[in-house]
Write a protein that binds this ligand. Sequence first.
Ligand code: SAM
Ligand code: SF4
Length: 329
Amino acid sequence: MLVDTYGRVATDLRVSLTDRCNLRCTYCMPEEGLQWLGKPELLTDEEIVRLVGIAVTRLGVTEVRFTGGEPLLRRGLVDLVRRCAALAPRPRLSLTTNGIGLARTAGALAEAGLDRVNVSLDTLRPEVFKTLTRRDRHQDVLDGLAAAHAAGLTPVKVNTVLMPGLNEDEAPELLAWALAEGYELRFIEQMPLDAQHGWTREGMITAGDVLASLRTRFRLSPEGDRERGSAPAERWLVDGGPGRVGVIGSVTRPFCAACDRTRLTADGQVRTCLFATEESDLRSALRSGADDEEIARRWRLAMWGKKAGSGLDDPAFLQPTRPMSAIGG
Ligand code: SAM
Ligand code: SF4
């Protein structure tokens, strides 16, 4: 198993498939100038399947989430899903995506064995979408969401980041929409992981702000601490349920003590945390002929060094050199 010195066990693997993206969300990437990983640095499909296989068969991983950058940009994604779904024991498979292109691929992904999707959508207003993502693709995301729902990639979860002066007033409207469409909405606090290092604590919308805004229109009751488990989202029943909403307070309400994640970047580095400043190079091990047990040993060793928390509240906190898009959100 992937255990750390605080007794946490990592069973949830996030795999980044690419650092590239077809949007430029302001809280994630600059408009231009970001350097992409070169093809030789990226893990091949073969290498990804082998590492996921090691995680599942030797290290106790039960959940695999593909992410990026934008994972739908990875050619061969459907086949990757199919090969991971054929592993024994079969992990649960999900995808975090901006939804662009999902309308075309949702059916094939579901057929290949994908269980669920999280689609990121921050606004219901096309003009705000254009400002926030610097691309005019709002309708593509809505179409992707509908296709995912129709393909049975459920529950379809929607990830939303609120930004001051842009979409900060949209929380109630987004929740009403998500409830009507049958999507599970989760608000995520903006974290200091943007490539341009523009985040400030004062400039972020907090989980508390989101809840206050939602309460102007809805009655929220906690689902209970036990329900949160290792999940980062605090979940609330809306108007008595069954509709729900999640709030992920990564900055103001951290969940590090219950974290069950391990991460693999698109270039084959294990990260113990989004905010880790160290990585362990599994790609070199793979390419120098290490056997599965040696790779598993390195992965266990990396996780043993996992820190207690993100360090965000430490005055000496340093933003990791890799941005969110290159770590895998
Ligand atoms: N491109 C895909 C997408 O947008 O869903 C997958 C990768 S993206 C990095 C994963 C998630 O991270 C998205 O929901 C996005 O909104 C979120 N995200 C990106 N930058 C963030 C930041 N600085 N703080 C909080 N969430 C962020
Ligand atoms: Fe792309 Fe996702 Fe980052 Fe937006 S949040 S720029 S969609 S990787």
